[in-house]
Design a protein. Structure first.
Lengths: 313, 313
């Protein structure tokens, strides 16, 4: 049987929250709805879909809430907060997708899978935590937190903040379940927020870390033998010399060109860097294409009208 | 192909939290682990499994945390908190199951699905909210909450507390995805905490309510054409004249006997009532058996050595 082309899509933060919004449920649901309209259009055109997404603001809020109620209930560790954010965000995207499919009179099952992502406990990231997470603390409280085992760093002008490692994802623990779901025609939402980070110490065990969602998305896309990996963000195309007078947007990038620009430092680590890296890995490992574009240009990018395509050569 | 017998299992609160525990992540994970050992034994014996579970203490904690941080981040509504609890509890059970399967050298995929459960907006429960939820408030704050639209009731000796409706479940919105997953050999964890309650107003929309997890479990068990519905709790058998001198534990109950005892008020509404009702519904709708027993007697009950069997006649 000829299967429809499978696209793995990584949704950026703007799929659920827009600049300046507070993050109420209603705001996020409305954004999820807008995003779903685009995704359903892909399904209507006959593609199969696997969806992953970030969780920055949501897990940040959940962490804050853990802290605010410590005197009443035991706070859950960061990895468990990640699981909560998968439930919350999965619910919003899933409900939006189901409603949009209903409106389009299409009958495609959608399901969010709670997903663990394996990382290596020997990953150098564990020796050098860099990722700011959760609220800011005054110095005194930061010291207490350090005594409890957290690593705290001074976030210039804002106060002390927890930092956690951002190790490289090895793969989704639930990949076989996800594979079977995709084969059964289910639109799967998985690996949310980069996945719940776990190490394999003979057994899987949660660790407090943050996995980049685009890199985790690559593991998903590659493992599922996706025909295309799309990374959606808030810019239409990748640029070199970004925000400089000689800025240039790129339509197509070969793996070799991408690698060169990457090494020249054109893509900042907190932003476009991991996206280009994730796209390069997918192209290198599968020999297929990846596209980086903005959330509202999915269809145009697929039609080759915009976006940055990363191609083998 | 002859498929292995499918059991839908509803786990009681004691599968994750035991009396007197505070509810730390470590406590809950250790309990989930103990529970998973039993469930893996069922898989080893060749059964297929669908697992559902309660979320009382967990969603209670999440609600408290929402309240405690309202001045910092927007609180999520109750139904969204239910989604978070599905992520959290699904993660704990799923990880425990995967670890136990690994130890048993068995290769069975396990996946938690975020699940919405449809309720009727005309359900009389919406006119008469009865289910206490979340923290207790002093009278003044309770009044403010009422002005915001919450229904508050006085919980004798403890203070004012929010009450929400407990409507009857119609079915799982994601049932088709779950069915395909079960057919694909995946152990599915679904409909956690009775499911995220949604109404169908042309579109699915979350509502603040609490669905009984055993009644929602019946919808799952029946829709999936399960061979058996097992409801696990903290007592080995159902009793009539419970805690009275003439108390009698029951080994087998026909549907007719169960209905009589139920109508005579032998099963209290906050406790054994919904379990017996859920079992009766499954037996009536499928012509198959249901078993009510304790968490640690799953195997013995399946072998007919203990538990209460509810049979068609």
């Amino acid at each position: 049987m000829l299967m429809a082309r499978l696209i793995t899509i990584a949704l950026g933060g703007n799929a659920l929250l827009q600049y300046g919004q507070k993050g109420t449920f209603e705001e996020q649901l409305a954004n999820a709805r807008r995003t779903s309209r685009q995704l359903v259009e892909l399904l209507r055109r006959g593609y199969r879909l696997v969806i992953t997404h970030g969780n920055g603001p949501q897990v940040g809020a959940i962490l804050l809430q853990q802290e605010a109620a410590t005197d009443q209930v035991p706070p859950m560790p960061l990895h468990a907060c990640g699981a909560m954010s998968q439930g919350l965000i999965g619910y919003m995207i899933q409900q939006s997708m189901i409603n949009e499919l209903k409106r389009a009179e299409m009958d495609v099952p959608v399901a969010t899978v709670v997903t663990q992502v394996l990382v290596d406990r020997e990953d150098p990231a564990f020796q050098n935590p860099t990722k700011f997470i959760g609220p800011w603390y005054p110095e005194e409280e930061a010291k207490r937190k350090e005594e409890q085992g957290w690593v705290m760093k001074y976030d210039v002008g804002k106060g002390w903040r927890r930092v956690v490692p951002s190790p490289d994802p090895i793969g989704q623990v639930e990949i076989e379940a996800i594979r079977r779901m995709v084969e059964a025609g289910i639109v799967v939402i998985a690996s949310g927020g980069g996945g719940i980070p776990v190490i394999d110490d003979g057994e899987y065990e949660g660790v407090d870390a943050v996995i980049d969602k685009d890199l985790a998305g690559e593991r998903l896309a590659t493992s599922l033998d996706s025909d295309l990996y799309m990374i959606l963000t808030d810019v239409e195309k990748v640029a070199i010399n970004f925000k400089k007078p000689n800025q240039r947007f790129l339509d197509v990038l070969t793996l070799e060109e991408a690698r060169e620009y990457y090494e020249e430092g054109h893509f900042p680590p907190g932003n476009m860097g991991p996206k280009v890296k994730a796209a390069m890995r997918f192209v290198e490992r599968t020999g297929r294409e990846a596209i980086i574009t903005s959330l509202d240009k999915i269809i145009e990018a697929l039609e080759g009208k915009t976006g940055t395509r990363i191609v083998p050569k």
